[in-house]
Design a protein around this ligand. Structure first.
Ligand SMILES: Cc1cc2nc3c(=O)[nH]c(=O)nc-3n(C[C@H](O)[C@H](O)[C@H](O)COP(=O)(O)OP(=O)(O)OC[C@H]3O[C@@H](n4cnc5c(N)ncnc54)[C@H](O)[C@@H]3O)c2cc1C
Ligand code: SF4
Ligand code: SF4
Length: 367
C-alpha cells in the first residue's frame, strides 16, 4: 500500500492506522506544517488493508452511533474547579466519577517543554493537568496500546479528546467485548492548530523574555467566562519572572488569520449530532439569553448525552454537578461547529509559503 489517505483533507492524524498495523509498518511523521501523518514503509507492508479498513474517515458511518440525543446545561458545584476549567467543569465531574470506580482517564496534557500530548491519569492530580483546552493538536500515538491494556485488565476507561481522536480510539478498539468499559467523551471542536507554529511561538516568547517558559494557560478566566472572551486570555510565565503575562499573538493566528489550522478540519466529518462518542462537552454559549439564572462568569458547560452509557456516567456526576435538561434548538443555537466545518482562509497557502521562505519572525510581524 502506498498511502492510507488520499489527500491531506482525508487524514486527521488520529493514529488508528499506525496503532493497528500488524507489522508496525506505519510511522506517524510531521509534514512541513508540523501535523502528523501516517507513512507506510513499503518494505514491511503486507498490503493487508487493515489500515484503510480501520481509518475512521474512510469507514462508513465514521464509527458514529446514536442511541440518545439529550442536551444539558451544567456547572460544577465547586468555584475552584470552575476557575481551573475551560467551561463549566464537566470534564472534572465526569472524570471524578470514573476515578471513583478505580477507572483510568485519558486526556491532553503538556510535557516538560509544553508540547501537547495525550496521557493517562489514575489520580486526580494527574487528571488536573488535562484540564483547560489546549489549542494545539495533541500527539496521541502513545495511548492506544495503553487504553487496550487497561481495558484488558478490566479497568473502566474514560477517553477525552477531539471528535476525530475519539473516533480513532473507537476504531482501534473496535467491536470487541473490551469496548464495554470504554467511555468516550469528545468536545465540540472548532478546529486544531499546528504543533510546529506552537513550537515557534514558545521559542519566540522565550527569546523575547530571555528565559524559559515555566507555565502556559489558554482560555484563562481573568476577565470572566463569556463568548466575547473566548478567544482571549492566553497567559504565560517564565522561570525568571513568576508573574503571569498575557499575549494574544498565537490566538490571533488561530482565530483571526485561521491559517494554522489542520487541512482536514475544513472537511471535518464530526460536525453533526451523530457522534462517535458517549458524551460531548462544550461551552454553553448563549445561556445568558435563554436562562439568565444559569449564567456564571466562572463558566457554564453544555453536555450532550449520545448513548445510554453516556447517560449512565452523567448520572454518576450528580453529587458534583448542577444540571438541567434543555431544548436541542437552544443548546445548538450558537454551536456553529455542530452544523458545518471551519472554512480555511484563501490566503492559507501564501501564509505557509511565507513561513517557509522568511521564517516565523516575519510571519508574526506581518500576519
Ligand atoms: C481544540 C479545541 C476546540 C474547541 N472548540 C470548541 C467550540 O468550537 N465550541 C465549544 O463550545 N467548545 C469548544 N471546545 C471545548 C471547550 O473549550 C472545553 O474544552 C470543553 O467545554 C470542556 O470544558 P470543561 O470545563 O468541561 O473541561 P476542562 O477541565 O477545561 O477540560 C479540558 C478537556 O479538553 C481536553 N483537551 C484539552 N486540550 C485538548 C487538545 N488539544 N486535544 C484534545 N483534547 C483536548 C482534555 O483532555 C479535557 O478533557 C474546544 C476544545 C478544544 C481543545
Ligand atoms: S485519519 Fe487516522 S486512521 Fe485515517 S489515515 Fe489519518 S491517521 Fe490513519
Ligand atoms: S475540526 Fe474535526 S478534523 Fe479538525 S481536529 Fe476537530 S474533530 Fe478533528
Amino acid at each position: 500500500m502506498e498511502s492510507v489517505y488520499a489527500g491531506k483533507e482525508d487524514c486527521s492524524g488520529c493514529g488508528a492506522c499506525f496503532s493497528r498495523c500488524p507489522e508496525q509498518a506505519i510511522t506517524m511523521e510531521a509534514d512541513e506544517e508540523g501535523f502528523l501523518y501516517p507513512k507506510i514503509d513499503a518494505a514491511q507492508c503486507l498490503d493487508c488493508g487493515i489500515c484503510r479498513a480501520v481509518c475512521p474517515l474512510l469507514h462508513e458511518g465514521h464509527y458514529k452511533e446514536q442511541e440518545l440525543s439529550r442536551f444539558y446545561v451544567a456547572r460544577h458545584k465547586s468555584a475552584d474547579v470552575l476557575l481551573q476549567s475551560t467551561s463549566g467543569g464537566a470534564f472534572t465531574a465526569l472524570s471524578d466519577a470514573v476515578l471513583r470506580q478505580n477507572g483510568v482517564i485519558y486526556g491532553a496534557d503538556y510535557d516538560e517543554d509544553f508540547r501537547v500530548l495525550h496521557r493517562r491519569a489514575e489520580t486526580s492530580a494527574e487528571r488536573d493537568r488535562m484540564r483547560i483546552s489546549k489549542y494545539v493538536q495533541s500527539d496521541i500515538t502513545q495511548v492506544h496500546a495503553q487504553i487496550k491494556s487497561d481495558l484488558k485488565e478490566g479497568r473502566m476507561v474514560l477517553f477525552t479528546g477531539t471528535p476525530c481522536q475519539t473516533a480513532g480510539v473507537r476504531a482501534f478498539i473496535g467491536d470487541s467485548p473490551l469496548a464495554k468499559k470504554l467511555y468516550c467523551c469528545d468536545l465540540v471542536c472548532h478546529s486544531i492548530p499546528s504543533p510546529l507554529i506552537w513550537e515557534e511561538y514558545k521559542k519566540l516568547l522565550e527569546r523575547e523574555q530571555g528565559a524559559k517558559l515555566a507555565g502556559v494557560q489558554f482560555r484563562s478566566k481573568k476577565d470572566g467566562w463569556s463568548r466575547a472572551n473566548s478567544n482571549k486570555g492566553f497567559l504565560f510565565r517564565t522561570e525568571s519572572d513568576s508573574r503571569l503575562q498575557e499575549d494574544d499573538r498565537f490566538y490571533h493566528l488561530f482565530f483571526k488569520v485561521g491559517a494554522i489550522t489542520r487541512s482536514s478540519c475544513s472537511a471535518c466529518r464530526f460536525t453533526d449530532l451523530q457522534r462517535a462518542s458517549d458524551l460531548t462537552i462544550a461551552d454553553y454559549w448563549g445561556i445568558e439569553k435563554y436562562s439568565p439564572q444559569w449564567f456564571d462568569p466562572l463558566g457554564v458547560s453544555l453536555i450532550m448525552l449520545n448513548s445510554v452509557k453516556g447517560a449512565d456516567l452523567f448520572a454518576r456526576c450528580k453529587e458534583d454537578l448542577l444540571s438541567e435538561e434543555r431544548e436541542k434548538e437552544e443548546s445548538l443555537s450558537e454551536q456553529k461547529r455542530l452544523r458545518e466545518p471551519v472554512q480555511l482562509p484563501p490566503e492559507r497557502s501564501r501564509f505557509w509559503q511565507e513561513y517557509k521562505q522568511f521564517g516565523f519572525a516575519h510571519i508574526i510581524e506581518k500576519w
